[in-house]
Design a protein around this ligand. Structure first.
Ligand code: C2E
Ligand code: CA
Ligand code: CA
Ligand code: CA
Length: 274
C-alpha cells in the first residue's frame, strides 16, 4: 500500500484541491498534526448570480504535511471531532483567515465565511473568542457557516449561541441545507442570514427533475422567509442558468472557481473583476 501511495504521489502534482491519500493521519496523531504550521487554507468565491458580482469567499481547510501532501477535511474533520479538537481547529482557521484578509485592503470588500461545527456552539469560551475576534477586526465582514446535526441545533444552548452571534452582527449561514429536515421548523424562529443548498442537489440540477423540484421549493421557502439562498456545487453554466431562472441569489462552485490558495487569491480576484 505504501509503495503504491508513494508511486501515485510521484505522478500527482501536489495541489490543495487534489485528494492525495496521506497514510499518516489517524486518531493517534491528529493532536500533533493539528497546528498552525500544518493548517493550509483555501478560499472559494461566492458570486451574485444575476450580476456576476463577487460577494465573498468560503474558507476551506486542508492539513499540509511537509513532504507528504495534503489531508482533506473529509478525512481529518471526523478525527478532529472525535478528539474534541474542533474549537481549536475553528480558532486556528479564524485567526489565519483574518491575517490573510489583512494582507490586502481590497479583500475587505468581500465577506469571509468560516465553517463551524455544531458542537462548537456548546463552548462559551469559543463563542466569546469568535465575538472578540469579530470586534477586534471590525473592518472585516465575517459569516459563520453552520452545519447542524439534528440533536445539537435543537438544544437551548445552541440556540442561545446562534442568537448571541446574530446580536453581535455575525451573520449565520445554514449550511448543507436539504440534507436534514430538522431545520425546517427552526427557520422561522432563528434569523439565519443565508441558506446554503447542498451540492448533492445542485451538481446535477440540469438533468435531475427531482432535484430541480427540491431546489425550487427551498428557494420559494427562503423567499417567503426573506432569507438569501446560495447554491454550492455549481459546476456548469447550464446549472448556473437554471438557478438564475429559479431566482437563486448566489452561487459557488467549480464553474466559478475551485477553492483558491491564499497566495493566488488577489490575482484571481483581479482577473475575475476585469
Ligand atoms: P462544505 O462546507 O459543504 O463545503 C463544500 C465542499 O464542496 C468543499 O469540499 C468544496 O471544495 C467542495 N466543492 C466546491 N465546489 C464544488 C463543485 O462545484 N463541485 C463539487 N463536487 N464539490 C465542490 P472540501 O473542501 O473537501 O470540504 C468538505 C467539508 O469539510 C466542507 O463541506 C465542510 O463541511 C468541512 N470543512 C472544510 N473546512 C472546514 C473547517 O475549517 N472547519 C470545519 N468545521 N469544517 C470544514
Ligand atoms: Ca460550508
Ligand atoms: Ca458542511
Ligand atoms: Ca455541502
Amino acid at each position: 500500500i505504501y509503495a503504491s501511495v508513494a508511486a501515485k504521489k510521484k505522478r500527482t502534482h501536489c495541489s490543495p484541491n487534489k485528494h492525495i491519500e496521506v497514510p499518516l493521519c489517524n486518531s493517534g496523531n491528529i493532536t500533533s498534526l493539528l497546528n498552525e504550521d500544518n493548517l493550509f487554507l483555501c478560499y472559494q468565491p461566492k458570486i451574485e448570480i444575476a450580476t456576476g458580482k463577487l460577494i465573498g469567499f468560503e474558507v476551506l481547510s486542508r492539513l499540509c504535511i511537509q513532504g507528504d501532501g495534503f489531508i482533506y477535511p473529509d478525512k481529518f474533520i471526523p478525527l478532529v471531532e472525535d478528539a474534541g479538537l474542533n474549537c481549536q481547529l475553528t480558532k486556528l482557521v479564524l485567526s489565519q483567515a483574518l491575517s490573510q484578509w489583512h494582507l490586502f485592503e481590497s479583500l475587505k470588500d468581500y465577506r469571509l465565511s468560516i465553517n463551524i461545527s455544531a458542537s462548537d456552539l456548546l463552548s462559551d469560551e469559543f463563542i466569546n473568542y469568535v465575538i472578540d475576534k469579530h470586534l477586534a477586526n471590525a473592518d472585516i465582514k465575517l459569516m459563520l457557516e453552520l452545519t447542524e446535526s439534528q440533536q445539537t441545533i435543537n438544544e437551548d444552548r445552541s440556540l442561545q449561541a446562534i442568537a448571541k452571534f446574530i446580536i453581535n452582527d455575525i451573520p449565520i449561514s445554514l449550511d448543507d441545507f436539504g440534507k436534514s429536515y430538522s431545520t425546517l421548523d427552526r427557520l422561522d424562529s432563528i434569523p439565519f442570514d443565508e441558506i446554503k443548498i447542498d451540492k448533492d442537489f445542485v451538481s446535477d440540477l440540469d438533468k435531475n427533475h427531482q432535484h430541480q423540484a427540491i431546489v425550487e421549493s427551498i428557494i420559494a421557502l427562503a423567499q417567503k422567509l426573506n432569507v438569501k439562498v446560495v447554491a454550492e456545487g455549481v459546476e456548469t453554466l447550464s446549472i448556473q442558468n437554471h438557478l438564475l431562472k429559479m431566482g437563486c441569489h448566489s452561487a459557488q462552485g467549480y464553474f466559478i472557481s475551485p477553492p483558491i490558495e491564499g497566495r493566488y487569491l488577489m490575482s484571481w480576484i483581479n482577473s475575475y473583476n476585469h
